[in-house]
Every structure is written in structure tokens, then in C-alpha cells.
Ligand binder design. Sequence first.
Ligand code: HPA
Ligand code: ZN
Length: 333
Amino acid sequence: MLMPAVELHVHLEGTLEPELIFALAERNDVELPYTDLDDLRSRYSFTDLQSFLDLYYANMTVLRTAADFADLTNAYLARAAEAGVRHAEVFLDIQAHTGRGIPAAEVLAGVTGALGASEREHGLTSGLIVTFLRHLPGSEALAALEEILALDVPLLGVGLCSTELTSHASEFAPAFDLARANGLRLVAHAGEEGPPQNVTDVLDILKVERVDHGVRAMEDPAVVERLVRERVPLTVCPLSNVRLRVVDTIADHPLRAMLDAGLVVTVNSDDPAYFGGYVDENLRQVTEALDLGPQELTTLARNGVAAAFVDDARRQELSAEVDAWAAGVRQTS
Ligand code: HPA
Ligand SMILES: [Zn+2]
């Protein structure tokens, strides 16, 4: 039986599958620089985060209308449901769309419309986290948030992504302060390509409640100790870490060491259309490569429920599903 999973780290644009890229290019009359699907797929070989981001942003040009964004969101929700995802909090790089002339209202109409129907249409609950792009100025993050708040769309939280190496977290403090003042939940990517200090910075300066990736925190025992003590969830993405060369192979992934250290880690897919698999495949590969047993998998599932931004009633439902699954796994192992 598939583990009931909570997905807390997935970029909607990173679920844009090659087939949908071609379908949307045709629908919108966008000329693609690829001859066919195989040509596009042959470019999915990355040397680091930036080499991936270049292709990821380039492929977004096919997304133009609310219907495109709704199709993208529905395709993800359908695939996530197949992967056992019971609740998903999805990231949206809104500035990557407004920056090429697509109005925020158009993007959000498509995304929030589909997310609003996720329970009815796909059987899982969901929420939206708008992620600011760290390679753009902090003032633009603030302006983006002001624009979104004025639209009054359902929004769960804000995050921070893109390259960690070219800016300091403090640039984004005004945007995060405004988000907090509006009751939004706060997360940020840190400790993926950047050092453990970046993890400390997003906690201290942006006051985030979860850290996305955070794997490089393992390089500093004091940071690990703090994350354990404060029970800060880390949304780990194993296949992403391999494909972006954060770790050499899945067998070298620190996930088991992170669990052993007492960190509240969860397993997520990041950009599944680019990195070789959704949550189910991430779980399958770490289970095999790191020889995870029922106990570790149950901990991962429970961590996901604990780390989700849901109300008490939904947390209890998710918790009961995990308990039922764990009891079944214990019986069969
Ligand atoms: O793994 C990631 N890191 C930073 N930014 C991103 N945007 C999409 N995926 C990522
Ligand atoms: Zn990410």
C-alpha cells in the first residue's frame, strides 16, 4: 500500500512535463528551440542548480493563459494523487511570469481555481505558497506580494527560491515582514547550494517556519542541533539533490543521517518533471538505496503531517491515515 504522503516542496513550474510543454507551445503558437521530445529530454542533464534554472525558466514561456496554469496544476494534482499525496503545498514562481508580461491575476486565476477544486477533483487537499525569486531585488519581491495581496486570492504562504549564492536573506526581510503581518506562513530555500549559515539566516532574519532543502546544514553540528531543538522541518528532495549535484548518488544522500540526528525531515519532489520522479519515486529510491525500514518511513510520513500548514481537523485526518498505513506496514513486514 502506498504511503500517505504530504508534499511540502514542489514547484508547480517544475511539474511541467515535456509533453505538456509541446502541447502548450502549439496551443499558444510559441516556437520552441527543440526539434522534438527527445531533443528536449536530452537537455535534462544538469551540472548545478543554475544549469537547471536556465532551462526551467526558458520552458515557462509556453505558459500564457489562466487555462494553461489550470492545466498545469491539474496535471500535477492528478499525478500527485497517484503518488499517494494526501495534502500538497505548492510553490509558484509568480515573478517568473509577471516578468515576461503575464498578469499576476491571470496566473493566479488558473492556479487557485484548480487548487480550490483539488479535494473534489483529485481527492487531496492543497494550498499555495508564492515563492520570491532570490536572483531579483528584494524590492521586487515586496512589490509582487503587494500586488498579490490586493488581488485577495487564497494564499497559504510565501517562500524564497532560485540561486542562493548571489544575495543575502536580509534583502527579503521587508517582503517576509509584510507576509507575516498578513497572517501568511513562511518558508525559504536554504542550505541546498549555499552553506549552513544560509539556513541560520532564513531562520533569524526571515523567521521562516520550515526550511526547504537544508541538507547542507549537516556540515555544521551547531546548526543541526538548533534545528533539532526547535523542531524546524526540512523539506528534503533526494532526486533533486542528485540531479543538481548536491550529492553524488542517492546512496550518498544524508537523509538517513538526518533522521538519525533527530531532524524533522520530509521527502518531496521539488521539480519532478525535471529530476526523474514524483514523491513515490523519491520514496522508492531512498528506501532502496538507504535501506529504510517501516520505522523510518513512518517517521517520514508523520513528519510530513506535523510540518503541514493545516488546521487541527485536517492534521488529525492525515494523522489517522498515516497510523492506519503504519499498522498495515508493521503487519506485512
Ligand atoms: O531546487 C531549487 N532550488 C532553488 N530554486 C528552485 N526553483 C525550482 N527548483 C529550485
Ligand atoms: Zn525547490
